[in-house]
Design a protein around this ligand. Structure first.
Ligand code: PGA
Length: 220
């Protein structure tokens, strides 16, 4: 049985009450299991309270941000530097296609964000949209998320996801690859059973506590 990552990407959803309500339902249902690492990535403004509640409940949940600044502290209005959020997060999603498409994030910006996250011991989770998307040096975790599969209910085929994951591993032998794009409780198992896939990055289906719990149980 391989080790797995199951990561919830909440995108721009859930105020703090909603985030804590989710945690109250999901947290107690999670076993401390070294084989599955679970991470939740709420909006920035939820991070501090969410982290407090995870610690108070001693839940086996890591916390991630959905982005971070390519710069350090300083005059960068609106940015969230790794140097400051490092106390709140274990990992950071970097280079999600929604950022590349809506905020003109380039491969160069992604590489700068990865540098910042590594400098402050935040694990970067870089999203790639195909086997051709460059993976910056020093990344251990990469999510293959084809744009056509995101939020559409039309996931990639498990075979193709595995093929892309294998191609990435040939180029970057030390990385672990997650699959993301319309993962739900019904299809999660078939993706994690693919030999080159080490976990899942889940958007919409992670928002609903019952569905998320079903996904975790489905991957055990
Ligand atoms: P989805 O999103 O599960 O809603 O398709 C995944 C993602 O964008 O990370």
């Amino acid at each position: 049985m391989k080790n797995l990552w199951i990561i919830a990407n909440w995108k721009s959803n859930k105020n703090i009450q909603e985030a804590l309500g989710w945690l109250e339902v999901v947290g107690p249902k999670l076993d401390h299991n070294n084989r599955i690492k679970i991470a939740v990535c709420p909006i920035f403004s939820d991070l501090a309270e969410f982290k407090k509640a995870v610690s108070a409940g001693n839940y086996p949940i890591l916390i991630g941000s959905q982005d971070l600044s390519p710069f350090g502290e300083g005059s960068y209005t609106g940015e969230e530097p790794a140097e400051i959020i490092k106390d709140l997060v274990d990992l950071a999603i970097i280079g999600h296609s929604e950022r590349r498409n809506n905020f003109s994030e380039t491969d160069e910006i992604v590489a700068k964000k990865v540098d910042q996250s590594r400098q402050y011991n935040i694990m970067p989770l870089v999203c790639v949209q195909s086997a051709d998307t460059p993976v910056p040096t020093g990344c251990d975790l990469v999510a293959y998320e084809p744009v056509f599969a995101i939020g559409t209910g039309q996931p990639d085929t498990p075979n193709n996801a595995n093929y892309v994951a294998q191609s990435l591993k040939q180029k970057y032998p030390d990385i672990k690859i997650l699959y993301g794009g319309s993962v739900n409780a019904t299809n999660c198992r078939v993706f994690i059973d693919q030999p080159a896939i080490s976990g899942l990055l889940i958007g919409k289906a992670s928002l609903e506590p019952a569905e998320f719990i079903k996904i975790i149980k489905g991957c055990l």
